[in-house]
Design a protein around this ligand. Structure first.
Ligand code: ATP
Ligand code: MG
Length: 278
C-alpha cells in the first residue's frame, strides 16, 4: 500500500500541492488530471523524491519515503521508476545503452563507471525492447528515433529498474494519436501483466477515462475528485477544470481512438541478440 498523508509543497509563497491525502493499493492504474499548474508534476516528483515535501509524509508499506536519505533514497528511486513527456534519453547513446542505464542503481559504482554490463543485463535489455516492439532499433542513437519510439525506449529503461511503481508525467503529451495509443497500451500491459502500480499524469480526459481504473482530479494543488471514470460527471469535470469556455471536453481530448494500430517499426530478418553482441 502506498500512502500520502497531508502532503504539501511550497515554492516560496506559492503552494503547488496543498495537503494531499490518498492511498494507492499495489497494482492500481491511476490517472491524475487537472489544468496546467494544478500541481500534478510536483505531486509525482515528490513521490519519487525529485522534489522534497514541505510537510506531510509519503509511505510505501513500512517505508517512510519522504524522509529517506542516501542509499535508501537511491533504492527507492530504483523501485519507483519515472518517465517524462520529453523522454529524457541520452540522444547520442545507442538505444541499448540507454535501456541498460536503467540498471545503474542495481550495480556497483566501479562497474557503472566502466560502463560494463553483464550478458544477463544485455539479454534483459533486449527482452525489454522486444516487449515494446522496438528491438530492431537497439544500435541506433536514441536521438534518431521518432518520439513514440523514444518513449518506448524510456519505458524499456524503466522496466530494467524492475520497479514496484511506475510514474509517468504526461507520457503522451508530445505524441501523435497512434503513438499515444501504443505508449498507453504499453503502460496498461505493464500494469496488468506485471502488477506494477502505474500513476500517470494526463492532460486529456478521454485517455484517463479509457485507461485508468481510478482518476484523481487536482485543482489549485488540492484533490477535488477521486473515483472511478464512470463517477466523473460533468459537475466533477467542471470542478477540476473550472467552469467556462474551456469546459468543452474536446479541449481535453487527443482523440486517441485508433481502429487498428499499425507498427511500421518492425524490420524483417534482424536478430536482436546478434545486434546486441550476444
Ligand atoms: N521549481 C519550481 N519553482 C517554483 N514554482 C514551481 C516550481 N515547480 C512548480 N512550480 C509551481 O507550482 C505550481 C504547480 O506546478 P506543476 O508543474 O506541478 O503543475 P502541473 O499540474 O504539472 O502543470 P502542467 O499541466 O502545466 O504540467 C505552478 O504554479 C508552478 O508554477
Ligand atoms: Mg506538469
Amino acid at each position: 500500500m502506498f500512502q500520502l498523508k497531508n502532503v504539501t509543497r511550497q515554492f516560496g509563497k506559492k503552494i503547488a500541492v496543498n495537503s494531499v491525502t490518498f492511498d494507492i493499493p499495489q497494482g492500481q492504474m491511476v490517472g491524475i488530471i487537472g489544468r496546467s499548474g494544478a500541481g500534478k508534476s510536483t505531486l509525482l516528483r515528490m513521490i519519487n523524491r525529485l522534489n522534497d515535501v514541505s510537510s506531510g509524509s509519503i509511505h510505501f508499506g513500512d517505508l517512510e519515503v519522504s524522509s529517506l536519505r542516501g542509499a535508501a533514497l537511491r533504492n527507492w528511486q530504483r523501485d519507483c521508476a519515472m518517465i517524462f513527456q520529453q523522454f529524457n534519453l541520452v540522444p547520442r547513446l545507442d538505444v541499448l545503452t540507454n535501456v541498460l542505464l536503467g540498471r545503474l542503481n542495481h550495480r556497483s559504482t566501479v562497474l557503472s563507471i566502466l560502463n560494463m554490463f553483464t550478458r544477463e543485463e544485455r539479454i534483459m535489455a533486449i527482452g525489454a525492447l522486444e516487449r515494446l516492439g522496438i528491438e530492431q532499433t537497439a544500435l541506433q542513437p536514441a536521438g534518431t528515433l521518432s518520439g513514440g519510439q523514444q518513449q518506448r525506449v524510456a519505458i524499456a529503461r524503466a522496466l530494467m529498474q524492475q520497479p514496484k511503481m511506475l510514474l509517468a508525467d504526461e507520457p503522451i503529451a508530445s505524441l501523435d494519436p497512434l503513438n499515444a495509443k501504443i505508449v498507453m497500451d504499453a503502460l496498461r500491459d505493464i500494469n496488468e501483466r506485471d502488477g506494477i502500480t502505474v500513476v500517470t499524469n494526463l492532460h486529456t480526459l478521454d485517455t484517463a477515462r479509457n485507461y485508468c481504473e481510478r482518476i484523481i482530479g487536482m485543482a489549485h494543488g488540492q484533490v477535488v475528485f477521486d473515483g472511478q471514470p464512470r463517477e466523473l460527471t460533468a459537475a466533477a469535470v467542471a470542478e477540476i477544470y473550472g467552469s467556462g469556455a474551456e469546459l468543452d471536453e474536446s479541449m481535453t481530448s487527443t482523440s486517441i481512438s485508433i481502429p487498428a494500430a499499425q507498427d511500421n517499426t518492425k524490420s524483417a530478418g534482424v536478430k536482436p541478440l546478434a545486434l546486441a553482441g550476444i
